[in-house]
Design a protein around this ligand. Structure first.
Ligand code: SIN
Length: 285
């Protein structure tokens, strides 16, 4: 294999990692370079990775403990750390994965007290058309936020709730299971700062999302809704975005502390399947 190279995309975020086979043990020196590149570029793309779920889990664990998704119905059999993201149905018409994951802009597990540090998504089956994933650079969103909006958000906290859009998603995807009381207990609403400081780089980032953020704490309801709308719209301006067009066996590793992401969707009659691992992060401050 060629020596390890990090090639930045011509985009507001993202880089390709060249010369690394994730099926082989990762030397400490290479790990340090990957870790640094992840902080610098926020999305890393590793092409043509022929790895098993166990190898994906092992690589993910180098960055921290893994989080188990509340919808255990869509875990990969034998690997509770792997969430199957897929629109495929089995022979009985049952979904094999979370087919509508990521249809609203979000940062993974922002609804937990310890939201995710980062997620890895490994392509198993890809549609011929569509199926892209978009990423928004939330450091840029903060850096470019107009002064009046900055002033309006100073010191604010926001509530994040897994259940915020659940009923809406169930209407659109009737196969989505009702949550048990135990599952509901795992996703009680949490409060996080609207502007967070990245714990490793010290950079500030907007930390509110269309999917999980329900309200600004202590702000009248209509004002809160209006301000959140402005923050969401600003966050996903085209100049903050990278659009990932998947290639076979791509592994994509992103930083949930720096980014939001969105699944662009694909035609219903085309199969899409990816395996996701999610690494736990710090309490945002
Ligand atoms: C996700 O939000 O984790 C899924 C993204 C995708 O399927 O593109």
């Amino acid at each position: 294999m060629s020596p390890l190279q990090i090639q930045a995309f011509d985009a507001p975020l993202g880089a390709e990692v060249i010369g690394l086979d994730l099926a082989r043990p990762l030397a400490d020196q290479a790990f340090v370079r990957i870790h640094r590149a992840h902080l610098d570029h926020h999305v890393l793309v590793f092409r043509d990775q022929r790895i098993t779920p166990a190898q994906q889990i092992a690589f993910s664990r180098r960055f921290g403990p893994l989080q188990i998704h509340v919808l255990h119905q869509f875990q990969l059999a034998g690997f509770e750390e792997v969430l199957v993201v897929s629109n495929i149905k089995d022979e009985h018409g049952r979904p094999i994965g979370l087919g509508d994951a990521g249809v609203y802009w979000h940062s993974d597990l922002s609804y937990k007290a310890h939201p995710s540090l980062g997620s890895m998504l490994h392509a198993q089956e890809l549609p011929e058309t569509g199926g892209d994933t978009l990423f928004a650079n939330m450091h840029m969103a903060w850096d470019t936020l107009p002064a009046p909006l900055r002033a309006a958000t100073a010191g604010l906290k926001a509530e994040h709730t897994y259940l915020a859009k659940y009923a809406e998603l169930q209407k659109r995807s009737p196969w989505r299971p009702d949550l048990s009381d135990e599952q509901k207990a795992q996703v009680r609403p949490v409060v996080h700062p609207v502007v967070r400081t990245h714990p490793e780089t010290g950079r500030k980032a907007l930390f509110v999302s269309e999917h999980f953020t329900t309200r600004l704490v202590g702000v009248p309801e209509d004002e809160s809704a209006a301000l959140l709308r402005e923050l969401f719209a600003h966050s996903v301006r085209p100049e903050h975005l990278y659009r990932h067009a998947w290639q076979p066996h791509d592994m994509v590793f992103w930083d949930n502390r720096s980014l939001m992401h969105l699944a662009a969707g694909c035609p219903d009659d085309q199969r899409r399947k990816l395996y996701r691992t999610t690494i736990e992060g710090d309490v945002p401050y």
